[in-house]
Design a protein around this ligand. Structure first.
Ligand code: PEP
Ligand code: MN
Length: 363
């Protein structure tokens, strides 16, 4: 643990809020007093954790799963804090939960993804926060909607909360993918661009839903200049009462944090390389997205090809193509892209589209 000048818990939380990277860890859910205290002690031993998280009230998709230990778990967190000196964070979704958490000296509150989607709930939480001085982290909504996320930030800010941070935990999508929640990094980047003053931390646990790819996601977030990480940890992950597949032990957490390349060094030339690497990562990431989108575009072109075939229409319709080019040139100019580039680029895309349509026509 880094040396601290703080003399009160409030001052310590202020210090932590500014620390980069900010590391938050702890169990998905508080389960028993022993589990909470042992987690805290083992996290403290790593010397790498700034704030301890624990879910007290758990929003579960289906009834019948463990819905959190409730208010009786809050004194366990108080005790964990007393033993380790680490500030604690809890998810709140109702006014009563805010009151209870504050009554038991919870240091940082967070609004969960299932709450951020609902303006009524966010407003209820915000109203309960009026006149209170506590840092609040706001998770992205489960659906990929930046307006909802922004709305939650605005409601909390209007209630007078000064310390607001963002948590990127990925977005729900139907069907099986590599991730439990698709990261859609571009949305987090856009949110950060619109709110440069707010810290943005990444939640690899809820993005991945499994242990084996946590490090990749955490590294990517750090490469994209996120301000910190929130990662679930448990003394016995396989037997956790919620999110067992994605939790790791405090010791594994420490190893993982050690193997992240933080890419921030003191010497000038190392800093230069680190910055360059970060930019290159951004380029790689954007290129990946462009390719994905181009792939999608070609799929739509194939559908059009099929439709034209069914209706006996030619592939090339000059008017349509001119309209596309004119529209693109006008848009491109606003984005600082030269007409020459736009023309070349769209010619290439058009050729590829025609090839895809041809294949369908002649299939
Ligand atoms: C959690 O942090 O345990 C949680 C419920 O996360 P989310 O709101 O991101 O689903
Ligand atoms: Mn969880």
């Amino acid at each position: 643990m880094q040396a601290s000048n703080a003399t009160t818990m409030k001052e310590l939380v202020q210090e932590k809020w500014k620390k980069r990277p900010l590391i938050i860890s702890g169990p998905c859910s508080a389960e028993t007093e022993e589990q909470v205290i042992e987690t805290a002690v083992r996290l403290h031993k790593t010397g790498k954790v700034d704030v301890m998280r624990a879910g007290i009230w758990k929003p579960r998709t289906r009834p019948g799963s463990f819905e959190g230990i409730g208010t009786k778990g809050l004194p366990w967190l108080q005790q964990a804090k007393k033993v380790t000196g680490i500030p604690v964070a809890v998810e709140v979704a109702t006014a009563k939960q805010v009151e209870d958490a504050l009554h038991f000296d919870v240091d940082v509150l967070w609004i969960g993804a299932r709450t951020t989607v609902n303006p009524f709930s966010v407003q209820e939480v915000a109203d309960a926060l009026r006149g209170v001085d506590v840092p609040v982290l706001i998770k992205n909504p489960i659906n990929p909607d930046l307006e909802l996320w922004l709305g939650a930030v605005e409601r909390v800010a209007k209630a007078g909360i000064k310390q607001i941070g963002l948590i990127h935990r990925g977005f729900s999508s139907y069907g099986n993918t590599e991730y439990r929640n698709a990261p859609m990094w571009h949305l987090a980047i856009e949110m950060k661009r619109r709110n440069p003053e707010l810290m943005m931390i990444n939640d690899p646990s809820h993005i991945c839903g499994r242990r084996d790819i946590l490090l990749d996601v955490a590294q990517k977030a750090i490469d994209l200049d996120f301000d910190g990480l929130i990662i679930e940890s448990h003394i016995d992950p396989d037997n956790a009462w919620s999110d067992a597949k994605q939790q790791i032990t405090p010791e594994r957490l420490a190893e993982m944090l050690d193997s992240i390349v933080w890419r921030k060094e003191d010497t000038v030339s190392e800093e230069f390389h680190a910055n360059l690497e970060k930019l290159r990562q951004q380029i790689n990431h954007l290129d990946d997205e462009l390719m994905q989108i181009l792939g999608q575009r070609m799929k739509v072109a194939e559908k059009i090809g099929q439709y034209k075939k069914d209706n006996n229409i030619t592939i090339l319709q000059t008017n349509r193509w001119n309209a596309i080019l004119e529209r693109a040139a006008a848009k491109g100019e606003k984005l600082g892209l030269s007409k020459e580039f736009i023309t070349k680029y769209f010619d290439a895309v058009h050729m590829e589209s025609i090839n895809h349509q041809n294949k369908i026509m002649n299939a």
